[in-house]
Design a protein around this ligand. Structure first.
Ligand SMILES: [Ca+2]
Length: 181
């Protein structure tokens, strides 16, 4: 069976490796070139009942490790429903890497952690093996305060086990968050 793989060789040749990872399968005798170049991470959150919405983003088009970040501003004591989008904005048209992660959900997980007081993020979606994926989540705020949300996208081909230390890191970014009335 011939499978098509997207090639990100130009990005590799430019040396923009900081936030890209060669997602190769070591068990495959002829591993294809299959890497993910992610320039952009976007968060979209809402609470329809309260008419609240919020967005945030992290963007590093040059891959130089110096991102443009749009911080997240939230209200306290709210349960937000959230999604995350991964883009390669150096492609024309812009490539939505989220779709690729959905297709390979059994091999990927997005991990969230926060230093903001009382703020928790929990994945609500599952792959075919009933493991969390993290493309959809709930974010619960309690008290006012501020901190950082860390988002780590792991590629764990055949090894997905809920452990952030397993596999390759496709994305590891920080987005500041403020919770205020
Ligand atoms: Ca940059």
């Amino acid at each position: 069976m011939k499978k098509l793989f997207r090639s990100y060789l130009p990005a590799l040749l430019m040396g923009s490796l900081l936030f890209s990872t060669a997602c190769k399968d070591d068990d495959d005798p002829t591993p294809p070139v299959e890497t993910e170049m992610i320039t952009t991470v976007q968060l979209n959150l809402m609470n329809e009942e309260k008419g609240l919405s919020a967005v945030a983003s992290w963007r590093d088009l040059e891959g130089d490790g110096n991102p443009d970040t749009q911080a997240l501003t939230l209200k306290p004591n709210v349960t937000y429903t959230g999604t995350i989008t991964f883009l390669d904005e150096n492609k024309n048209p812009v490539e939505n890497i989220t779709e690729e992660i959905e297709e390979e959900a059994e091999d990927h997980q997005v991990f969230y952690s926060s230093t903001a007081p009382g703020l928790t993020i929990t994945a609500t979606d599952q792959d075919a093996n009933q493991r969390p994926v993290g493309l959809e989540y709930t974010l619960v705020t309690t008290s006012e305060g501020s901190g950082n949300i860390r988002i780590v996208l792991k590629h764990q081909p055949g090894t997905k086990n809920g452990n952030i230390n397993t596999g390759d890191t496709d994305v590891d970014v920080i987005i500041p968050v403020t919770v205020a009335q």
